[in-house]
Design a protein around this ligand. Structure first.
Ligand SMILES: NC(=O)c1ccc[n+]([C@@H]2O[C@H](COP(=O)([O-])OP(=O)(O)OC[C@H]3O[C@@H](n4cnc5c(N)ncnc54)[C@H](O)[C@@H]3O)[C@@H](O)[C@H]2O)c1
Length: 339
């Protein structure tokens, strides 16, 4: 009998923007991975990216990369409107897929994606990297260990502008601000406290051509019957805090500051007990979870095990985005989240 021994997982990358820089940096540090090809519709950009990282093959068409027999898995880091079309084309060519977020920009697209992943029987992982931020992993440990029961959660997440990259403000390309940014926090909420029961959302169009300011409220059916809010705007200017999560338990609070710090305090005294968890010395690709999500994707392909963030997670996040937009259209009416 002949056994196929794989030395490394050979990877093709689609897109040569900021996200691809992060992923290629991580993959270069993984001895089990090798980036063998890159595709970008902008030839000059793609070629200089490939040269900078020593990627041997360049394609101007992602479809040609998907047909490359050397490539076993692909990273899709093009603008959002292309994610589902490219993921399905890659799966049909027999490639495992890592897709940057958002996984899709409509429920119809997400449904097609789920079907394609199920039919292909290949690995699909979506880039909800907040699950791998060490600061949020520590927060989840507190919740899972029941030291911190998440009765009330308050999340703030903003973007300074929606102009870099320029497609961010174009709804037809990015899907809208909830798909572009807030989807991370919707996924984080599910991951931290479970499945929401209802979603309410108020939205305003302030600066950009589509809604760019949101207040979301969710109720959960977990043991704590968590109530959670997310406040978000796409025009905040780049001033800290960009992202902050506060969880209030039984006379205790956990507060995160960016990817840098978690403060956990408990007790009823004027001076509470305080634990501070610092992540300030981690390099960005580790602090922002890219390293671990990429290592786990490579491991899933290499060992044939389930990826840590699945197509079901992708679908459920899209469903929450759509529930928020529907509620916003009905001026904050609660939308029930069905399984
Ligand atoms: N997980 C995160 O924290 C995170 C952070 C940044 C970006 N992202 C996501 O990564 C994706 C890429 O974002 P970015 O900031 O790198 O964008 P970018 O605009 O900097 O890069 C996109 C690249 O895709 C190329 N491209 C455009 N159309 C294409 C097509 N049809 N096929 C192939 N390539 C095409 C562009 O030439 C460019 O090189 C987006 O979906 C974004 O939401 C995720």
């Amino acid at each position: 009998m002949i056994y196929r021994i794989r030395m490394v997982v050979k990877i093709g990358i689609v897109g040569s923007g900021w996200a691809s820089h992060m992923h290629v940096r991580c993959l270069k540090e993984n001895p089990k991975a090798e980036v063998v090809a890159l595709a970008d519709v902008v030839r000059s950009k793609g070629l200089s990216f490939a040269k900078a990282y020593g990627i041997p093959k360049f394609y101007e068409s992602p479809e040609r990369l998907f047909k490359d027999p050397e490539v076993e898995a692909v990273y899709i880091a093009s603008p959002p409107k292309f994610h589902v079309v490219q993921a399905i084309a890659a799966l049909k060519s027999g490639k495992h897929v890592f897709s940057e977020k958002p996984p899709a920009i409509s429920l119809e697209e997400a449904e097609k994606l789920v079907k394609a992943v199920e039919k292909a029987g290949l690995i699909y992982q979506v880039g909800f990297n907040r699950r791998f931020w060490p600061v949020y992993k520590r927060l989840k440990e507190l919740v899972d260990s029941k030291r911190l029961r998440p009765f009330v959660v308050d999340i703030k997440m903003v973007r300074g502008e929606m102009e870099r990259p320029p497609w961010t403000k174009v709804r037809e390309v990015a899907g809208g601000f909830l798909y572009d940014s807030v989807i991370h926090m919707l996924d984080l909420s599910r991951w931290l406290v479970g499945e929401p029961k209802t979603v309410r959302c108020l939205a305003r169009r302030n600066i950009y051509p589509h809604p760019d300011g949101f207040v979301i409220m969710m109720e959960f059916s977990n043991e704590e019957r968590t109530i959670l809010s997310i406040t978000s705007a796409g025009h905040a200017s780049w001033v800290y805090p960009f992202e902050r999560v506060e969880v209030y338990g039984d006379h205790c609070s956990a507060i995160t500051e960016e990817s840098l710090r978690l403060t956990f305090a408990w007790g009823k005294e004027d001076i509470p007990n305080v634990e501070v968890h610092q992540f300030t010395k981690l390099p960005e690709h580790v602090a922002w979870g890219f390293k671990e999500e990429d290592d786990l994707f490579v491991e899933a392909v290499d060992k044939g095990v389930a990826p840590p963030v699945t197509v079901e997670d992708a679908y459920k996040a899209v469903k929450l985005v759509e529930a928020c937009y529907t509620s916003a259209e009905k001026n904050g009416e609660p939308i029930e989240i069905t399984r």
